[in-house]
Design a protein around this ligand. Sequence first.
Ligand code: AOF
Ligand code: ZN
Length: 340
Amino acid sequence: MASPEEVDAMRRAIDLARTPGVALGPNPRVGCVILNPIGTQIAQGFHRGAGSPHAEVVALAQAGAAALGATVVVTLEPCRHTGRTGPCTSALIGAGIARVVFAQSDPNPIAAGGADELRAAGIAVESEVLSEMAEELNVPWTIAVGRGRPYVTWKSAATLDGRIAAADGSSRWITSPEARAQVHTLRDEVDAVLVGTGTVLADDPALTSRSDDGSLRVRQPVRAVMGLRPIPADAKLLDGAAPTVQLVTRDPREALQLLYQSDVRHVLLEGGPTLASAFVSAGLVDRVIWYVAPALLGAGANALGDIGVTDVGAIRRLQVTAVSQVGPDVRIDARFEGLT
Ligand code: AOF
Ligand code: ZN
């Protein structure tokens, strides 16, 4: 059982984990607090992203010799692998830590197993303390690492009658400036934005993350294009404003695999109906963010093409997780039933 002081410390560790903002790339957000034997905090730390020291190592450095006999409270099971940095288990054992309290078990098969190693070294270990709160910190990362493929958020913007373009193909703009500004914030929170070559040829999108004044944000997601057709040399995607990769495949699974190999853990799917249909059909969409403009186009392209549903018995239902109004538009966040 974790003591009340340890549970309080876990709350602080969860707050610390949030400090660097959204988790990006291959590493989760992690926070750590060290308590002396009477439950007073003596050190703290948080992880600042891939390549930087893990939260436990930051806190241990701050505690110095006082770590001997102390309790480490950390939001994620300490890792036992040598990745970009050394194993946290060795650092904890070496510092003479007496007890480790953690929240979420590490879903990463390469890093997992730390708890057993600590126990084998004679350290008392308490797990699953405020684990749901801690998992909330890293939902896309947890799902991506557990599945071994990036977490996929599909964003779409359509009229009330589900159209994403008019009969002549024109589509700018269906949703409001407010909704479009939110999309730039979404891009800021993912590792890659994915479209098909068809969208590049039809719309020539920039796919950068821009502030309200139109200026480029400091961090840019990778612009990923999948498909076999070449990207025209004068396409905006090749303007150098952000990294661009072409995934020379039409297979969604292969595209995600390539992205995962280059450390992408969260993808924003922004392509047209063909790409969206392929991902939905393959069961590769985790979350949907849908902007609905209170407008009608009648004829024109549908937001989604064939997903293999021919009779209503095979309908694909989603669970709504949030509804909000964005300017004149409505945003619906949903996930597919059976998926987290
Ligand atoms: C921890 N504490 O603060 C973090 C952990 O490539 P590396 O060495 O940075 O390792 C990344 C993996 O280690 C990551 O996928 C996750 O499993 C774990 N992250 N573990 O004990 C931390 N950030
Ligand atoms: Zn570690």
